[in-house]
Write a protein that binds this ligand. Structure first.
Ligand SMILES: [Fe+2]
Ligand SMILES: [Fe+2]
Length: 374
């Protein structure tokens, strides 16, 4: 059965894509496909067909639990003539009820199966493998347009700069720092003019998780730097380090980045590579500032030596990195995750206060104003 999928592999290499198309295609890279099937052999075949253009989260019917998620597309390929399968699919659909797009694959358009698919709530029924990727790209484009329609010009432009940056990295092209500079300048202008709270509200409406995180961390770090009276070049340096801090995640599989649940130890090990990947991606760029490289590599280090990747201790951790780490943790806590809702700002600040020994106490104290007031 797996061969059914292997017969069609999507090829985009060598095509000349416009910038907007690249942004749209990038959105396809960021879309998760929850693939639900009754045959284990279809899982590697679907992965071979869809990855890395899409993140695939497979589920074999009747095996394990379905983690909740509101992200991406559901794609079901199972024998809908068997009532036991239909019941299992119903359970999965209940868990994933927030996902609006539900594609069912029914080979040869078997009539009873097509009817059953729609009865289960299918938004589309696909009969041939070659229809799958165009359909998924169409859904990703629609979702990108919705994001662009609700976002302000600043969020829109900053997000497009991130899309361009991540897309270049995933396609093995060289990184253009002007994209990061553009995003950082927009963030600095917006926080200076409208305050941090307005920026956080704006960014939270933008639902793509990795971009949202980078935009949030940059806004928080810039707000922090302004609040403690940094001069303009230092605000810009910290802003750039924050914008680029998780750039290494462009090389972490989406199935790990957007996993709707906690990471297992193997996935955690892969995820923990992102600071070094980011550092390696940036280190040979001419004139890149050492502070940015420091921030990208060390934003998960703690003063007591319990962080990664280099287990640095307090004397080896720069001020810029200390500020960035506080901003990063705070931003992560006030984001919603598939397995937990967003924390309120006072609640997130309390967690920072409890990390005594890992974060610098005086900076956490100074951050209070940013966390609770600005
Ligand atoms: Fe990180
Ligand atoms: Fe981060």
């Amino acid at each position: 059965m797996g061969g059914y999928y292997r017969s069609y592999i999507f090829k985009s290499k060598g095509r000349d894509l416009s910038f907007l198309h690249q942004v749209f295609l990038h959105r396809a890279f960021d879309m998760l496909v929850h693939f639900v099937t009754d045959e284990a052999s279809k899982i590697p075949a679907v992965r071979a067909m869809l990855e890395p253009q899409f993140g695939v989260i497979p589920q074999l019917l009747g095996v394990g639990d379905t983690p909740g998620s509101s992200n991406g597309v559901l794609m079901v390929d199972a024998d809908l003539r068997q009532m036991v399968r239909v019941e299992q699919i119903r359970l999965v659909l209940r868990k994933l009820s927030c996902i609006s797009e539900k594609l069912f694959v029914v080979q040869n358009q078997v009539r009873s199966m097509v009817e059953q698919a729609y009865a289960l709530g299918a938004t589309d029924v696909i009969s041939r493998p070659k229809e799958i990727i165009p359909k998924l790209v169409q859904i990703a484009e629609k979702s990108a347009q919705t994001d662009l329609a609700i976002a302000s010009p600043e969020t829109d432009d900053s997000a497009a700069a991130f899309a361009s940056l991540f897309s270049a990295i995933r396609n093995g092209k060289s990184i253009n720092l002007s994209d990061a500079e553009r995003a950082t300048s927009q963030i600095i202008d917006s926080v200076a003019q409208n305050g941090l709270s307005a920026w956080l509200d704006e960014v939270r409406r933008y639902h793509q998780a990795t971009f949202q995180h980078c935009l949030l961390v940059s806004g928080v770090a810039v707000g922090f730097a302004m609040d403690i009276g940094f001069d303009t070049p230092d605000i810009r340096r910290l802003g750039m380090a924050a914008t680029l801090h998780d750039i290494g995640k462009a090389h972490i599989p989406l199935s790990i980045l957007d996993k709707p649940g906690r990471l297992d130890p193997t996935e955690e090990r892969i995820m923990r590579r992102h600071p070094v990947i980011g550092y390696d991606l940036l280190k040979d760029i001419p004139n890149i500032s050492p502070e940015i490289l420091d921030g990208v590599r060390h934003h998960h280090e703690y003063l007591d030596g319990s962080g990664y990747p280099d287990a640095l201790r307090a004397p080896e951790i720069s001020d810029l990195v200390r500020l960035l780490t506080i901003s990063d943790i705070f931003a992560a806590l006030i984001e919603s995750r598939p397995y937990r809702p967003a924390m309120l700002r006072p609640e997130a600040y309390k967690i920072l206060c409890g990390m005594d020994g890992q974060l610098e106490r005086s900076l956490v104290k100074a951050f209070r104003n940013v966390a609770l007031v600005v």
